[in-house]
Design a protein around this ligand. Structure first.
Ligand SMILES: Nc1nc2c(c(=O)[nH]1)N[C@H]1C(S)=C(S)[C@@H](COP(=O)(O)O)O[C@H]1N2
Ligand SMILES: [Mo]
Length: 354
């Protein structure tokens, strides 16, 4: 755990890749619900977009009606909303799948939590007076790059079903933890889709287009699909809502600790509802004890802890298992899928008491 008496020691990001920049949050050393901007994980498909703030206009287009555009000043002047949101990469914990899968080998820190402020996307769509036969809202980012699988250049863009786009907490965000959104997290504006894995939260939003069809871009038809089979694409389905999940923050895996009481602590979250229960096992899943869990808000984190007397000098396998208000519980074994999304098996660490 962090030693609060040491003014020098500070957590930092863990670099997974530099081009594009992919860095992981020090999840085991963050004990509140506002990840500092400097420790927010970073996940990019391409290099950062070149950007000219002076020319910035957000256009909202509809298949039929005349498009409207908003300047940053206009966006800032609209009624705002602040929502505390867990952003979790769909590939968080990918390195834990067995058999192993290809892709960024994220450990447990491809997630962060904090307060995003912005204009509900709903407000902009209402101002644009969208068509009644609209089905999806396509959000395009300013960044693009070459995809070797398609031998072409694509912008990062994805669609949301109208229902999620109109959810009052789905934001065009311009602020994070009461500061302007940092450039690497989407400045001047990013989409924030609470409850969905973070691929949906498009950064550096360039334009919004309402369509009366379903959008089939590669970032939602090739990537961010669950492929249950190793050898074929049968039974594939899209990655959307965040699974119920938990992570043990203390003790660390393979820690050596003294006999006596230790407080096992961690976080739990879900994309749908709130966390109702976190159970802890210290005997590798044979028996479970309830942890005390705070009242986590919808879309944010719950923090939990359990103090346990480790009396015997031996190895203990500690596990955490969260359940949400929809009665979804973390499974014992993860749902293996070829691209390694949505890992949410019970978390576990092994310690040695001596
Ligand atoms: N424009 C754009 N938006 C994007 C991405 C991207 O590469 N480009 N990556 C997505 C993915 S997969 C994740 S996990 C989150 C990461 O957001 P962060 O870098 O602010 O943590 O942004 C999402 N939005
Ligand atoms: Mo992601």
């Amino acid at each position: 755990m962090t030693n609060e008496n040491d003014p020098i020691a500070k957590p930092s990001l863990t670099t997974k890749k530099l081009y594009p920049e992919n860095q992981e949050s020090p999840i085991h050393f963050l004990f509140n619900k506002q990840t500092p901007a400097s420790l927010f994980y970073k996940r990019n498909h391409f290099s950062y977009p070149p950007f000219n703030y002076a020319n910035f206009w957000l256009s909202v287009n509809d298949s039929v009606k005349k498009p409207i555009a908003f300047s940053i000043e206009e966006l800032l002047a609209l009624p705002s909303k602040t929502v505390e949101v867990v952003m979790e990469c769909a590939g968080n914990k990918r390195s834990l799948f067995r058999p192993k899968v290809f892709g960024e080998q994220w450990e447990k820190g491809a997630m962060s939590v904090g307060r995003f402020k912005g204009v509900p996307l709903k407000t902009l769509l209402e101002k644009a007076n969208i068509d009644s036969d609209s089905q999806e809202v396509v959000i395009e980012g300013y960044d693009d790059g070459y995809r070797s699988d398609l031998d072409n250049v694509y912008a990062y863009m994805r669609s949301l079903p109208l229902k999620k786009a109109l959810h009052p907490d789905t934001l065009i965000a311009y602020s994070y933890n009461d500061q302007p959104l940092p450039f690497k997290h989407g400045y001047p504006i990013r989409l924030v889709v609470p409850g969905w894995y973070a691929m949906a939260s498009v950064k550096w939003v360039k334009q919004i287009t309402v369509i009366s069809a379903s959008f089939a871009g590669p970032f939602q038809t090739i990537d961010y699909m669950y492929y249950p089979n190793q050898d074929n694409d049968e039974d594939a389905f899209p990655v959307t809502t965040i699974n119920v999940n938990s992570t043990i923050q203390y003790p660390l895996d393979r820690d050596i600790v003294d006999t006596g009481k230790h407080t096992i602590r961690g976080v739990a979250w879900t994309g749908d509802g709130v966390i109702k229960k976190v159970e802890i096992s210290v005997d590798g899943g044979e028996s479970w004890m309830p942890a005390s869990v705070d009242n986590g808000q919808e879309f944010s984190l719950s923090q939990w802890s359990l103090t346990y007397p480790f009396t015997a000098k031996k190895e203990y396998t500690i596990m955490s298992r969260a359940t949400d208000s929809n009665k979804r519980t973390q499974p014992e074994t993860p749902f293996w899928n070829r691209k390694g999304y949505g890992y949410n098996a019970v978390d576990q660490v092994t310690i040695k008491v001596e």
